[in-house]
Design a protein around this ligand. Structure first.
Ligand SMILES: Cc1ncc(COP(=O)(O)O)c(C=O)c1O
Length: 435
């Protein structure tokens, strides 16, 4: 059936979807999906014509905005010419994208294994790290999300790991640089960086020569937008070098201009051994993920078998979408806008915090930001965000939250005026519902 011949009503779309398809991370009977009919720029419209301002970039991936003409055209042209070939063959978009990724990643990160998304990127990064080092343990953080496949779920530290256990063996979790709720009991003024020294202590207990890699989100996304202190990443690099452990930066959410730079680690001048990424790589137009490794790891496999494979690795349509997305980032001033509007967003969040006692903390870097809402600033007891989300949705503002943490993560093309229209409603909602 061609697109123009489809004609379900909004309710039929919802009903059929609920009856015949599963929705992620939810009790199926309680889901309430928005039937989306079209999107453009920073907005999307439901099937009844209601417009929403997308302050979530869907799932923090539509960095380039919705329906960017350059990306849509590239997909159309590639589909018309050659949509797919087997992964053992190659195509022009795959060749060009491989080279482009080596240019925009820091240091000597050079060679890419393509996947379909973030979880698979992390799965393959673990395999590569284990083959390369001959070691099997992986360190990850508790407040983290690395994907929903079996191994990625084992890396994930948050509540979603527990029902999946026993998961992949060999993963050890460490505590986070979560300054607002410091796991070591300090404040920013009294901090001793136990979040760093603790990692080294865990390494000692676990046996440094058994640890293949440490995987860290560049900036922790879903689990609360946790921005590490400035010396955190450089010191992780030092610790990894000291023990011959590979440093993996999961840039699935924090990459692609979200923090104002290509990758979050660029903010601290650190070169990880492996970057895993997805989401903003194509801004979600076509699924694609990537594992990008440094030259020494690439060379290792020159004369050794790479035990990794996916039918869709290096998918031509996805690579063409990524090339056009990267071209848009480079030629449409998108990261510059993220930095400029991000500075405005930071000022506005501080200002909201100064007026609303329900805001316990605000955290922001580029257009990657969150408000942590509490019942009481002294106890920091988490607030419930159900009513606030409903208030915003009714007024056409779409946000996503993780428990009591509300994210403001719009497409990177948003203007100050568009952002302000959402922040004004957030201000009103906080005043009305959380005085
Ligand atoms: C940091 C991080 N890593 C990995 C993933 C998993 O990516 P995907 O859903 O494409 O498998 C996500 C998804 O939100 C993520 O935020």
């Amino acid at each position: 059936m061609v697109v123009s011949e489809r004609k379900l009503t909004a309710q039929e779309i919802v009903d059929l979807s609920k009856e015949f398809t599963f929705f992620s991370w939810s009790v199926q009977g309680e889901t309430n999906p928005i039937p989306v009919a079209k999107a453009e720029g920073v907005y999307f419209w439901d099937a009844q014509g209601k417009r929403y301002l997308d302050l979530a970039s869907q799932l923090v991936n539509a960095n380039v905005g919705h329906q960017n003409p350059r990306v849509v055209r590239a997909i159309q042209e590639q589909a018309a010419q050659l949509a797919f070939v087997a992964p053992g063959m190659t195509t022009e978009p795959r060749a060009l994208l491989g080279r482009k990724l080596s240019e925009i990643t820091p240091g000597d990160l050079k060679k890419t294994f393509f996947t379909l998304g973030g979880a698979e990127a992390n799965e393959n990064a673990i395999k590569i790290a284990r083959f390369y080092t001959g070691r099997h343990k992986i360190l990850a953080r508790y407040r983290s999300y690395h994907g929903a496949t079996h191994g990625a779920m084992a890396l994930t530290g948050d509540y979603r790991r527990l029902p999946a256990e026993p998961a992949m063996p060999g993963v050890v979790h460490v505590l986070d640089p979560y300054c607002y709720r410091c796991p070591f009991g300090w404040t920013r003024q009294t901090c001793h960086r136990e979040c760093i020294s603790h990692v080294e202590e865990v390494i000692q207990h676990e046996g440094p020569d058994q640890i293949a890699a440490i995987i860290l989100e560049g900036v922790t996304g879903t689990n609360g937008l946790i921005i590490p202190p400035d010396d955190y990443w450089p010191r992780m690099r030092e610790i990894c070098d000291k023990y011959g452990i590979l440093l993996i930066s999961d840039e699935v959410m924090s990459g692609w201009g979200r923090t104002g730079t290509w990758f979050a680690v660029d903010n601290w001048g650190v070169v990880p051994d492996i970057i895993t990424t997805a989401k903003g790589l194509t801004s979600g137009y076509v699924p694609l993920g990537a594992v990008i490794v440094r030259e020494k790891i690439a060379r290792f496999f020159d004369d050794k078998y790479l035990y990794a494979g996916l039918t869709y690795s290096g998918h031509a349509l996805a690579c063409a979408a990524a090339l056009a997305t990267i071209e848009a980032y480079e030629q449409e001033g998108i990261f510059e806008n993220a930095r400029k509007v991000g500075a405005y967003l930071g000022r506005r969040l501080e200002e909201l915090k100064s007026r609303h006692p329900a805001i316990g903390d605000v955290r922001y870097i580029g257009l990657f930001s969150a408000l942590e809402l509490v019942k009481d600033r002294a106890s920091k007891e988490p607030a419930d965000l159900g009513a606030l989300r409903k208030f915003l949705l009714e007024r056409g503002v779409y946000v996503f939250n993780f428990r009591n943490i509300l994210f403001v993560v719009p497409p990177l093309i948003i203007s100050e005026e568009q952002l302000e229209s959402g922040l004004t409603l957030l201000d009103e909602g906080l005043a009305e519902l959380m005085p």
